[in-house]
Ligand binder design. Structure first.
Ligand code: PEP
Length: 253
């Protein structure tokens, strides 16, 4: 069976600096060759221009970590989708659990952000995921479906153009990864939900995120509904990120 191209996206979070960014992108470009999967890096907003220049002419796509739900105006500190577009941003994370947790982003806000991104021609990577408490209470399916439903509801016509990242909150930055079976089970639920909303569900990339690393990536990426990874900590080390990209490569049919 021919599989679709996988996507490996790095999330630098609030890390980096002019020199470190240059060194990291240089090392990635050196090691990348012509990857069989899509590759993106989500960088802090102040570095979009720098990284846009660093990745020019390479297979690395530029991503942002957040976008305003508003189009323009008196929203101090925010960056609009049009501004991100000005720097060649191809993807933007929306609804990362750290945004939901520390900035009070609701499902409705996340959905509006996805809508702004789509309107500007940027692909939103919609992050969903349950907390440990919710998993232990047997609420995983209900939580991720509620989070995704809000995005589907106001983006019905464009839902085939999004990327979804399943990131169990208890696995982010903790070194505790979901097992391939746990991740696949949730991805299958999300695929089913998307299939009820669009005929294009099969082509929507569903990424797994949460302590993905060079050692566990291949097994996760081999699952039928895991179309790639959203990688935090390991994306800051070129050899690790390159190994994850290589693992995605080997999962291609
Ligand atoms: C993330 O920040 O999206 C993430 C998955 O982080 P980590 O890989 O470090 O768990």
């Amino acid at each position: 069976m021919t599989q679709k191209k996988k996507l490996i996206a790095g999330n630098w979070k609030m890390n980096g600096g002019l020199q470190a960014n240059a060194a990291l992108i240089h090392a990635l470009r050196e090691g990348l060759g012509a990857p069989a999967c899509g590759v993106a890096v989500a960088v802090p907003a102040p570095y979009l221009a720098q990284v846009q220049a660093l990745v020019a002419g390479s297979a690395i796509a530029l991503a942002a970590q957040d976008v305003s739900q508003h189009e323009a105006g008196a929203f101090t500190g925010e960056a609009s989708a049009a501004m991100l577009r000005d720097f060649g941003t191809r993807y933007v994370l929306v609804g990362h659990s750290e945004r939901r947790q520390y900035h009070g982003e609701t499902d409705a806000v996340v959905a509006a952000k996805a809508q702004r991104a789509l309107a500007a021609g940027i692909t939103p990577i919609v992050c969903v995921g349950e907390t440990l408490e919710q998993r232990e209470a047997g609420q995983t399916e209900e939580v991720v479906k509620r989070q995704l439903a809000a995005v589907i509801e106001i983006n019905r016509d464009r839902i085939g153009d999004i990327v979804v990242a399943y990131e169990p909150v208890w696995a982010i930055g903790t070194g505790r990864t979901a097992t391939p079976e746990q991740a696949q089970a949730v991805h299958a639920v999300l695929r089913g939900q998307l299939a009820a909303a669009t005929e294009q569900a099969a082509r929507i990339p569903l990424l797994y995120g949460g302590s993905m690393n060079a050692t566990n990536a291949a097994e996760l990426l081999a699952q039928p509904d895991i179309d790639g990874g959203l990688v935090g900590g390991a994306s800051l080390k070129a050899p690790d990120f390159l190994q994850i990209i290589a693992a995605a490569h080997h999962c291609q049919a």
